[in-house]
Design a protein around this ligand. Structure first.
Ligand code: SF4
Length: 362
């Protein structure tokens, strides 16, 4: 049966109109879904029983069942593995940031997946090594956010403020699913998040970046570089193929011009592969003059024995070189979500039936 969130809001309004129902019914239904956490039409008590029955015959709003859930950072990080059926599963992570004195987070970010597996084959990524299975539908992407937003509603805790498309899969390789999910997450009748609270992270799908820039959205963009030169980048990201770093930087410039947003370049630091001081200087030279931030992510080993995490001294030295060369850069160590923790680690872990907790904390 079709999930209601696989249709756009406008399509659902049109469906209601064809049933002879007023347009505002759509708003009522999505109030229940997004603001009350409803998971069945029967809960929607301001709809007539006949309409509830008709909706239940035509659509579902069922959540994705939870296969596993793990916590770290004293509960400030929660990872969930959700069942997509047919043996497929998807991973999503909630991270609470900057708690005040009472422990209330200033920012609640959910990292979501857009594909089962990934075709990009990055050498340092557990998901990439598993290969590509399929794209997620818009409803399956939004369901990951709803999983955590329902939990917040039930517990009366802080609402989600940010979404990062940095989980399993390449979001811009599932462009239709990604953009439809963004519409649901940002429109007032949906989750109503600020566009600026959403970030799409891509390994470099140029056509996708161009399309995203045309959408008239104010969402953030992260481009994974991972190397200061094309030869090394192709080695780390075999599917980078003919896409050069110059083309990516050009795409970033275009995105900044069109959307007025700073772009982030992600750079996974791999011990003695891409973390030498001269590589930091080369990276800084390449991105000079562009309104960008470099997010250094020390590798969280998952993908195989040949890649290692640099020690903290090498990480600091790389950062120093970048900053000395004029680049705006920071290191993200504390969660490790950007690379390994959100790239199929839990799925792999569950598949191997291991019981040890995942180390999310440095
Ligand atoms: S790092 Fe991202 S783009 Fe690369 S293989 Fe993993 S999921 Fe795909």
């Amino acid at each position: 049966m079709r999930h209601l969130l696989d249709l756009s809001y406008e399509e659902i309004e049109a469906e209601f109109a064809s049933w002879g129902e007023p347009r505002y019914r759509a708003k009522q239904v999505f109030d229940w879904v997004f603001r009350h956490g409803a998971t069945e039409f029967d809960a929607m008590t301001n709809l007539t029983p006949a309409l509830r029955a008709r909706l239940a015959e035509a659509f579902t709003i069922a959540p994705l069942p939870v296969l596993a859930e793990r916590r770290a950072d004293d509960g400030a990080t929660v990872k969930a593995l959700l069942d997509l059926g047919g043996g497929d599963a998807v991973e999503t992570v909630r991270m609470d940031y900057d708690p005040d004195e009472d422990g209330a987070p200033d920012r609640v970010t959910v990292c979501i997946s857009t594909q089962v597996g990934c075709a990009m084959g990055c050498r340092f990524c557990a998901t990439g090594l598993q290969g590509f299975t399929r794209n997620l539908s818009p409803a399956e992407i939004v369901a990951q956010v709803l999983h955590f937003s329902r939990a917040s509603l039930a517990a009366g805790t802080h609402r989600i403020t940010n979404i990062v498309f940095m989980g399993m899969g390449e979001p811009l390789a599932n462009y239709a699913g990604t953009i439809a999910a963004i519409r649901w997450l940002t429109r007032p009748e949906g989750l109503g998040l600020r566009q600026r609270g959403i970030t799409v992270s891509t390994v470099g799908v140029i056509r996708g970046i161009e399309r995203l820039a045309e959408e008239g959205l104010q969402i953030g963009l992260t481009i994974s570089l991972h190397a200061p030169d094309d030869e090394l980048r192709r080695n780390l990201i075999p599917t980078a193929g003919g896409t050069t770093i110059d083309q990516l930087i050009e795409a970033a410039r275009m995105y900044i011009d069109r959307c007025g947003r700073r772009v982030t370049f992600a750079y996974a630091l791999l011990d003695r592969v891409n973390d030498e001081p001269e590589q930091a200087r080369a990276l800084a030279r390449r991105i000079r003059g562009i309104q960008a931030h470099v997010n250094l992510i020390p590798y969280n080993p998952t993908a195989g024995p040949d890649l290692r995490r640099p020690n903290i001294g090498r990480v600091r030295a790389f950062l120093r070189e970048l900053q000395a060369a004029g680049a705006n850069a920071t290191v993200r160590i504390e969660r490790g979500v950007e690379i390994a923790a959100a790239c199929g680690q839990l799925r792999t872990d569950v598949q191997r039936a291991q019981t040890r907790p995942i180390a999310l904390v440095e």
